[in-house]
Ligand binder design. Structure first.
Ligand code: ADP
Length: 328
């Protein structure tokens, strides 16, 4: 499998623009409420702080990639209705995230109300899909016309539109067969959606969430990557992050594991998984590695081990701060 990043050397940079990472999925607005203690039902209390930020997995992946100076693009349905809609677009711009292929529809964007417990960093999400704008294959086909030459990597966040995404992936794989790129990754996060078997065997890299793995009866990341691996295509990489336990990956039935970042004060775990995914992709693309080589490792550390370390490190850092901008 080829993980070609954007142009690394100077000569290359002069010849052609750096290829982008395209993240396809959902963008929403998250209204974040910071509390000292989780509220009792039917209680009335003041909270410690409040802000709103752009959310949605693919949208967050782009935020982090952009902060890592990796050129990226978000693709999804953007609404035109309500003040949140125009705010989302401006926020993408402020993070230098390209949105040129987004599908614009007369809908309201989804919104999330988040309760962040400052004592332990847990995030409780109350998600309202509203008009639930999801991408259709037809939109995707019209926008790209099967030309993916601008991208080194295409990442798909799976929602309820797995059937549509499966067709999008087929287009990308068809292009990749002749051109060697882009890398295709998918994220399986939500236990409530189905048909993941339509796509899991198509991606070069599969991220499976703790929530999904738990719903299938797995007790930790190691078990999950071993258990799911036979569903992937030959040579694929399967990664599972597991909160404070860190993360594991499997490639060719070999399992690697990395602990979570230790000795941090966890204040905000909202988007930890999205940061992890972006860190992993970013590490493979830019050779951006864990800042210091872990002491316990005397054997040759592979690119994948570095990526796993880097992703856990970055996601842990994110948990120790509010929002993402401190990751810069
Ligand atoms: P999600 O946001 O999808 O629920 P996880 O909770 O599995 O994601 O976390 C993703 C990654 O974030 C973990 O692999 C870990 O590296 C980091 N992380 C999450 N929670 C903590 C924590 N309490 N302490 C340290 N790192 C954490």
């Amino acid at each position: 499998m080829m993980f070609c990043g954007g142009a690394k050397d100077k000569d290359d940079q002069n010849v052609k623009p750096q290829k982008h990472v395209l993240c396809i999925g959902m963008a929403c607005v998250d209204f974040v409420n910071i509390v000292k203690e989780f509220p009792l039902e039917d209680s009335d209390q003041r909270i410690q702080d409040y802000y709103w930020q752009r959310g949605g997995n693919a949208s967050n992946n782009c935020t982090v990639l952009s902060l890592l100076s990796i050129p990226c693009e978000f693709m999804g349905v953007l609404g035109t209705e309500g003040v949140e809609a125009s705010w989302i677009l401006k926020d993408f711009e402020s993070f230098n995230i390209n949105t040129e292929h987004c599908v614009i529809k007369d809908v309201h964007c989804p919104v999330g109300t988040i309760i962040l417990n400052m004592t332990n960093g847990t995030r409780t999400i109350l998600f309202f899909p509203r008009d639930r704008p999801e991408m259709l294959y037809e939109d995707f086909q019209l926008k790209f016309k099967k030309d993916f030459s601008a991208y080194s990597w295409i990442h798909f966040e799976l929602c309820s539109n797995v059937l549509e995404i499966s067709k999008m992936i087929d287009d990308v794989l068809c292009y990749k067969n002749s051109n060697g790129q882009p890398v295709v990754s998918i994220e399986i996060e939500k236990p409530e959606f189905h048909n993941y078997n339509l796509v899991i065997n198509k991606a070069d890299l599969v991220f499976v969430s703790k929530d999904y793995a738990k719903s299938k009866g797995f007790a930790n990341a190691k078990e999950a990557v071993s258990g799911f691996y036979n569903l992937c295509k030959e040579g694929a990489i399967l990664v599972c992050a597991w909160s404070e336990q860190g993360a594991s990956l499997c490639i060719n039935n070999e399992v690697l594991t990395c602990p979570a970042l230790q000795n941090i004060k966890v204040v905000d775990t909202l988007g930890a998984g999205d940061t992890f995914v972006a860190g992993f992709v970013g590490s493979l693309l830019s050779q951006r590695f864990y800042p210091t080589e872990p002491e316990h490792t005397t054997k040759i550390i592979t690119k994948l081990e570095y990526a796993l370390n880097y992703a856990c490190h970055l996601a842990g850092l994110k948990c120790s701060m509010y929002g993402y901008t401190g990751l810069k």
